[in-house]
Design a protein around this ligand. Structure first.
Ligand code: IPE
Ligand code: IPE
Ligand code: MG
Length: 240
């Protein structure tokens, strides 16, 4: 059972296992991604019901471009369909959508749909739903270093005055961008035990919960199990 009084403020999810789910059913990989979108929608709705303030999902990494062109274009097509068909519902449910990652490098129609979603939900005040798309943790740290380097070169900042907070602010999750606190809980599905370049800086003290369930089979019940596991942990932050 989960304790509604001790909910994480920010939950981040590595939605993994779509391909294996499809394979186990003798279906093409894209059928797995399609089922994954449906699972994602349920988790967005459920996060809202549970009163979670921020949900971040890892939808496409900077390394996922290594996949076949058919799979990559198929994933973005599904994304456009999802965003367009569910946009009205997101607006009505007061969900605010943000994107982490360089989405301007995505196919044009995907960029257009995303920009519309960002604009149409910008004033919403409910759940903030961050979609990590063309996102990589090391890449965003590099961008932050560059941004601070520019300030140093322009004489606006002394290297010795750089703080951890300044670095956080420059990341895609930082105050200058999506403005999300570090996640208390990171969930990864499909039995893989790694971060795969997700929220490297922000996960310093996150609780990691791994589920063997493949993402398309990840239900609100499984989600609650992961939250219960988080609530059973003793978070010490280096103290005793
Ligand atoms: C996660 O599922 C979705 C993306 C990375 C886009 P995968 O496609 O990685 O599924 P598996 O790991 O091959 O089963
Ligand atoms: C991580 O899954 C990226 C997303 C879920 C979007 P991958 O399937 O790409 O990760 P690896 O390759 O198994 O580490
Ligand atoms: Mg995978």
């Amino acid at each position: 059972m989960i304790d509604k009084e001790r909910m994480p403020v920010h939950v981040a999810v590595i939605m993994d296992g779509n391909g294996r789910w499809a394979k186990s059913k003798g279906l093409p990989r894209l059928a797995g991604h399609n089922a994954g979108m449906k699972a994602m929608k349920k988790i967005v709705d459920h996060s809202d019901k549970l009163g979670i303030k921020y949900l971040t999902v890892y939808a496409f990494s900077t390394e996922n471009w290594k996949r076949s062109i058919t799979e990559v274009t198929g994933i973005f097509k599904l994304l456009v369909t999802y965003v367009n068909s569910d946009l009205q519902e997101l607006v009505e449910n007061n969900v605010k959508v943000k994107v982490l990652g360089n989405y301007s490098e995505l196919p044009k129609d995907a960029v257009k749909s995303l920009e519309k979603t960002l604009a149409d939900t910008a004033d919403n005040t409910g759940l903030q739903f961050n979609i990590a798309l063309n996102y990589g943790g090391r890449g965003e740290i590099k961008e932050a270093v560059r941004a601070l380097g520019e300030k140093v070169a322009a004489g606006q900042l002394q290297p010795g005055d750089i703080t951890e907070e300044m670095i956080s602010d420059e990341l895609s999750t930082g105050r200058l961008h999506a403005d999300v606190p570090d996640p208390e809980l990171i969930i990864r599905t499909s039995g893989e035990l790694r971060l795969s370049n997700f929220l490297l800086w922000q996960s310093a003290y996150s609780e990691l919960v791994f589920s063997d369930v493949l993402w398309p089979d990840f239900t609100p019940e499984e989600y609650e199990k992961a939250i219960a596991e988080y609530q059973s942990r003793d978070r010490r932050f280096g103290g005793r």
